[in-house]
Design a protein around this ligand. Structure first.
Ligand code: PLP
Length: 434
């Protein structure tokens, strides 16, 4: 998550039928307006729903590789990749040409799962080829939260159990099911009651895993917590988690929506722990910049969604052919370019360059890093100053003093160094203005 940074002055949208209580039925409509640059920000303020009172409000002109060009001509270095999405950079030529080619063939033709669509099938096969046995059937969605919804439902259907276990400070998405397993009460509370039967355990606590019993349908975790503050668990915890799930017959779901596809230094983060989940969820970087998610499991487990009743989990747009074509191209770029190896170089460079008294910790793996500063106030100032100098950074959702560092894996050496120089300058100025 990116915390809101820039205060906006736009007025709220006026009420259309103020006070009358009448239902207004229009018989004619004005043509759709095409706002000029001058009133675009104003229209953003009036007509686009905000997620906080202080959105960034930067007007985007274009984006290429690790840089975003703004409408006022400024160019900023993207050190968060649209939050772990643009792993192969913005508008990679291979992705752009795959999108064009697919647009010329067909767009949406039928709800998910009915027709044989080449990009979908090729992508499912490519993912399966990259994954261990038991992770060979893909169910495509549009987003990450939807992938997790599917995974949670699948675990209940396949096991016939209802209880779910998740971990404190996890983040799994904002729809009702995913929110139910998100480990921060402040985000759940306004929407309760949520899905009952969910237990939260402390993350990376081996003894706590004994609470997983034979009534549990699934245990869901990120292999490395992202929004929780870039927290890497111990290998021993991961192994005990896998063993405990196997002992009691609970399905282990790894949410690799943020960690997946090279970001942590291997194609999938679970490879580094040598632990294979029963269900894997992916999104974000999966679409190469297009919206796409999926949950992946074995044919045995996935079969449970076919009947009792048939069509018990469907989606219209999941696995959109244009998104799948983009994804396949992105996957080839990642795989053929061995881009996961660049994550290690990014980590080394960042750790080497980012030394300053205000830094308490730099943690994470590969290009999924968090830099913790001495206070949330300093962190807020630092992120502001960095943006003024042309570097886009952000917070994680559950950790106020942590700055997320997650550049595209394709970022060039000069651009990475330029970003780090600016970050050090921003650290200096933010510390001085305390
Ligand atoms: N799971 C994790 C680990 C995430 O980081 C996110 C998004 O930040 C999600 C799920 C939700 O994905 P989406 O925003 O595509 O619904």
């Amino acid at each position: 998550m990116l915390r809101a940074r820039v205060a906006k002055t736009a007025a709220p949208a006026p009420s259309k039928v103020a006070g009358s209580g009448a239902i207004l039925v229009r018989t004619t409509y004005r043509p759709v307006a095409h706002p000029t640059r001058d009133d675009l920000t104003d229209a953003f303020g009036r007509h686009v729903a905000w997620t906080s009172d202080h959105p960034l409000g930067l007007e985007v002109a274009s984006a290429l590789d690790a840089q975003i060009e703004l409408a006022d001509g400024r160019r900023i270095i993207d050190m968060i990749s649209g939050i772990a999405v643009s792993s192969i950079g913005h508008r990679h030529p291979a992705v752009v040409s795959a999108i064009h080619a697919q647009v010329d063939r067909h767009l949406h033709v039928m709800v998910y799962g009915e027709m044989v669509q080449r990009p979908q099938v090729e992508l499912a096969r490519a993912l399966s080829d990259l994954l261990p046995d038991g992770l060979d059937v893909c169910y495509f969605t549009m987003t990450g939260t939807e992938a997790n919804e599917g995974a949670l439902k699948l675990s209940r259907k396949a096991t016939g159990r209802t209880r779910m276990v998740a971990f404190e400070r996890s983040y799994h998405g904002d729809t009702m099911g995913s929110l139910s397993v998100t480990g921060r009460a402040v985000y759940r509370r306004p929407f309760e009651p949520l899905v009952p039967g969910t237990t939260f355990l402390p993350f990376n606590d081996v003894a706590a895993l004994d609470a997983i019993d034979d009534e549990v349908a699934c245990v869901i975790t990120e292999p490395i917590q992202g929004e929780g503050g870039i927290r890497v668990p111990d290998d021993a915890w991961m192994h005990r988690l896998r063993d405990r799930c196997t002992e009691v017959g609970a399905l282990l779901i790894f949410d690799e929506i943020q960690t997946g596809l090279g970001r942590t230094g291997s194609l999938f983060a679970f490879e580094q722990f040598d632990v294979v989940p029963d269900i894997l969820t992916l999104a974000k970087a999966l679409g190469g910049g297009m919206p796409l998610g999926c949950f992946i499991s074995s044919s045995d487990i996935m079969r449970s969604l076919r009947n009792d009743p048939p069509l018990s989990h469907v989606t219209t747009f999941g696995g959109h052919p244009v998104s799948c074509a983009a994804s396949l191209a992105a996957l080839r770029v990642l795989r053929d370019g061995q881009l996961h190896k660049r994550a290690a170089w990014i980590e080394e460079t960042v750790r080497d360059r980012l030394t300053h008294p205000a830094i308490v910790d730099v943690r994470g793996r590969g290009a999924m890093l968090g830099m913790e500063l001495t206070s949330p106030a300093l962190t807020a100032r630092f992120v502001d100053h960095a943006l003024e100098l042309g570097v886009l950074l952000g917070w994680t959702l559950h950790a106020d003093a942590l700055v997320r560092i997650a550049p595209p894996l394709t970022i060039s050496e000069p651009i990475l160094h330029s970003a780090l120089n600016k970050m050090i300058a921003a650290l200096e100025s933010a510390s001085r203005s305390a």
